[in-house]
Design a protein around this ligand. Structure first.
Ligand SMILES: Nc1nc2c(ncn2[C@@H]2O[C@H](COP(=O)(O)OP(=O)(O)O)[C@@H](O)[C@H]2O)c(=O)[nH]1
Ligand SMILES: [Mg+2]
Length: 333
């Protein structure tokens, strides 16, 4: 679309893509509609937004009457540099991977449906953490509908494939089929569909697990013959750790963030233990917003030490932060 979209519109669009409930979807669709430039070039988009608003309102209305069947939907607050949700068929090693990377202790067992609720854990990467969420299995007969919200809200999905068992290939296909028809889908990159804004795609990695078991390579060949995806692929063993460092780096990279260390004018050294993480392309104002809700409006001056500038350069609030910058903020009282 050729329309000039405002930053407010683009932010609302991103929030909408990640909305975890119909109420959130409605809220952000309405912001998108208010923000979209009202001219000829955006007419098609305006109509589409109106349609989506009507659809979501109907969805909210119809769910009011229905009894709430899935009572286990827990809202997991976002933590760390970003969120990565682990999904897959039964026994694919989702819980094993969570316990490999984090201190969380989900039950790991050689029989299906051990994991009944979503379990979060924090995976270290250098001096920051990424939130991982282990989930119940997805099968043709079993799907927790709250998983849609987790998938939409996540920065990344890991789709685990059990290549230690002959059934693993079909089980992965079942998961893909399950997530094919709805408005929440897996894709190579996150985004909204250009022709139908109602479709939300979340970036997905395909993780072939149980590399340590015999017949892994033969099953991988079969997989490629029968299953079509364009996702980035990884081969790991969640038990002996093969391939897990490469995957860890890729998970962090997929969060699309930079680390920044802050310091007060009176401090000689910045707080090196606890960097803030900000989406790539964020500026000093965004950093202020993360620290305190009115710091951006009270910002008097900022100085930066980092790769892109000379040490101690005075910058404006719109300075784009680079990874590992040190930022000194002077905030008006
Ligand atoms: N050999 C081997 N076994 C694994 C691996 N990952 C998981 N398992 C085993 O597979 C079974 C299912 O694992 P679990 O994490 O509970 O699967 P989930 O249902 O996807 O959460 C358990 O017996 C695990 O010990 C792996 O990389 N190699
Ligand atoms: Mg499990």
């Amino acid at each position: 679309m050729a329309a000039n979209l405002t930053p407010q519109y683009l932010r609302a669009e991103e929030e909408y893509r990640r909305a975890q409930t119909p109420e959130e979807e409605l809220k952000w669709l309405q912001v998108m509609f208010a923000e979209i430039p009202k001219h000829k070039a955006s007419e098609k988009m305006q109509v589409m937004l109106k349609t989506k608003i009507a659809d979501v309102k109907r969805e909210i209305e119809s769910s009011k009457g229905a009894s709430k069947k899935s009572g286990k939907s827990v809202k997991i607050p976002r933590q760390g540099a970003g969120t990565c949700v682990i999904i897959g068929g039964p026994n694919s090693g989702k819980s094993q991977l969570l316990s490999f990377y984090t201190k969380a202790k989900p039950e790991v067992a050689p029989y299906p449906f051990t994991t009944q609720t979503a379990t979060p854990g924090m995976m270290p990467w250098k001096d920051v953490f990424v939130q991982l969420i282990d989930t119940p299995p997805i099968t043709p007969d079993f799907f927790e509908s709250y998983l849609y919200g987790y998938i939409r809200g996540a920065d990344l999905v890991l789709l685990m494939v059990d290549l230690g068992d002959d059934d693993g290939i079909q089980q992965c296909q079942d998961v893909l089929d399950r997530l094919q028809g709805g408005k929440t889908r897996l894709a190579r990159e996150s985004g909204l569909d250009e022709d139908d804004v109602g479709l939300s795609f979340t970036k997905t990695f395909l993780v072939f697990n149980k590399r340590d078991l015999p017949d892994f390579d033969a099953r991988l060949e079969l997989f490629r013959e029968f299953v079509q995806t364009d996702f980035r692929e990884f081969q790991i063993s969640a038990v002996d750790g093969t391939g897990t460092e490469e995957l860890r780096d890729a998970i962090y990279a997929a969060m699309g963030v930079v680390r920044v260390y802050t310091k007060q004018p009176t401090q000689k050294e910045p707080d090196r233990d606890k960097p803030f993480t900000l989406k790539e392309g964020s500026c000093v104002f965004d950093l202020c917003d993360q620290i305190h809700k009115d710091y951006a409006s009270r910002l008097k001056s900022a100085r930066v030490w980092g790769e892109a500038v000379h040490d101690g350069t005075v910058v404006k609030g719109d300075y784009i932060i680079h990874d590992q910058d040190v930022v000194e903020l002077t905030i008006a009282p």
